[in-house]
Design a protein around this ligand. Structure first.
Ligand code: FCB
Length: 448
């Protein structure tokens, strides 16, 4: 480990990440309105085992202890998200100050424990009041998002100096509006381009608002994948090209270049009725960093039955996680060098990386060696990216706690801290202890 810590600069940021709906619970408390995830998770058949985020990790009530545990592990950076319906129960109109108070206290708690916050404004929990007006299909939602962002900047901006507008707008667009496996559960491919555009527009509006109000840093988080062809056949090379457009450049190009990739037209019929003059200039405003969520590469083959005309291939010899995702750390290096080459120079922060495994508690301990392996391999891959000149500034491990893994409910555990849901007991897994040792080594080496 000591040799690994040497490969990172002294100011490299190491943290952990969570998201509001996945951990908070307390869904009707202190004036919170309903989000699309409350409605979706309470719709029979949508979530595995009928799980909901009603209680989740009960973090809303256990916040001080959770933050204290974080600090005991030596974690000095924390990425979390704000629940929009706590701040504006309907999404617009009346503001709910009690909702903001929770985050106010959370931030004070963090600062007291010497933990630096990185705040995500939107991690998928749109207020249902806005969904009732068309949600992200309605352009107005982008402007309501700006109002919400301004309210948050205003209240917390004196202590929060790093912001993320959106988490993974691809997932909101495709899982939420095309595949229907996430809230709001629509299967309407024809709205996808419009939804993506409105999400990006709202990002641009929030960045613009922040430039007028705050002096900290702001960026966006995208879920990105290196894309490899399953074979060197013409068809699979075409699959690689289209898949990359669908998963990566659909969001990277507008944010950094102010254009949408042409290849997208081969997947989703061209449509720009919803683009208003000036939108793309708002969307491509200079950012302070790009947040990258990386879990696995995509190896693809041609398949016209899929919307993207591609399907994923897992090699028989490849190790996979409990999500069925291949473990391939080199993919992270490939991805980062590519982003740097095509869109840089832009500082990069890994805002999520981690793995689900079927953890078991044995005598009060969790020996999650597979997760430890996964993490160490990815830290090495990160160091390799730095060696190749990619300006990576930080890494947030997904996740601090086991939590509500969206459509898969509580069946998938990503935490470095185990949560026993019936008792809400927290057990630091071996991976959590290993991260803690790694952070201590890092501190000792760089700051002794
Ligand atoms: C990402 C999400 C995060 C979590 C991980 C496993 O797509 O941003 O909330 O569910 O996947």
């Amino acid at each position: 480990m000591t040799s690994l810590v040497k490969r990172f600069p002294a100011n490299f940021v190491w943290g952990v990440a969570t998201a509001a709906y996945q951990i908070e619970g307390a869904v009707t408390e202190d004036g919170r309105g309903a989000s699309i995830w409350d409605i979706f998770s309470h719709t029979p058949g949508k979530i595995l085992h009928g799980d909901t985020g009603d209680i989740a990790c009960d973090h809303y009530h256990r916040m001080p202890e959770d933050i204290h545990l974080m600090s005991q592990l030596g974690i000095a950076h924390y990425r979390f998200s704000i629940s929009w319906p706590r701040v504006f129960p309907m999404g617009y109109g009346q503001k709910n100050s009690r909702g903001l108070d929770f985050y106010d206290q959370l931030i004070d708690q963090l600062l007291q424990e010497n933990i630096e916050p990185l705040v995500t404004l939107y991690h998928w929990d749109l207020p249902q009041g806005l969904q009732d007006k068309g949600g992200w299909m309605n352009r107005d939602t982008a402007f309501y998002f700006r109002d919400y962002a301004e309210a948050v900047f205003d209240k917390l901006g004196d202590r929060v100096h790093a912001w993320i507008t959106h988490n993974e707008p691809w997932v909101t667009t495709v899982a939420g509006h095309v595949q229907g496996r996430h809230a709001p559960g629509l299967k309407q491919a024809h709205v996808a381009r419009k939804v993506a555009h409105h999400l990006l527009l709202s990002h641009g509006l929030a960045v613009e608002a922040y430039r007028g109000m705050g002096k900290g840093r702001i960026g966006i988080t995208l879920n990105l994948h290196p894309v490899y062809p399953a074979s060197s056949q013409e068809e699979d090379l075409r699959a690689q090209r289209l898949h990359d457009a669908f998963h990566n450049t659909w969001f990277l190009d507008p944010v950094f270049k102010g254009t949408y990739p042409q290849e997208l037209d081969e997947i989703l019929p061209p449509d720009d009725k919803f683009i208003v003059e000036g939108d793309l200039n708002l969307i491509r405003q200079p950012l302070d960093f790009l947040g990258v969520n990386y879990y696995a590469p995509h190896r693809v083959r041609w398949n016209t039955e899929e919307i993207s005309h591609t399907s994923l291939v897992i090699l028989p010899e490849e190790p996979i996680t409990a999500m069925g995702w291949p473990v391939d750390a080199k993919g992270l290096t490939d991805l980062l060098t590519r982003i740097h080459h095509d869109y840089g120079p832009i500082p990069i922060v890994i805002t999520e990386n981690g793995a689900a495994y079927d953890d078991v508690v044995q005598d009060g301990q969790v020996h999650d060696t597979s997760r430890q392996h996964y993490l160490e391999m990815h830290w090495n891959a990160l160091a390799a990216s730095l060696d190749q000149g990619v300006p990576v500034e930080g890494y947030y491990l997904w996740s601090f706690l086991d939590n509500f893994e969206w459509a898969l409910g509580y069946s998938k555990r990503f935490g470095i801290v185990y949560v026993d849901y019936p008792t809400q007991q927290r057990i630091v897994k071996d991976s959590g202890l290993a991260y803690s040792r790694f952070l201590r080594d890092f501190q000792e080496y760089h700051h002794r």
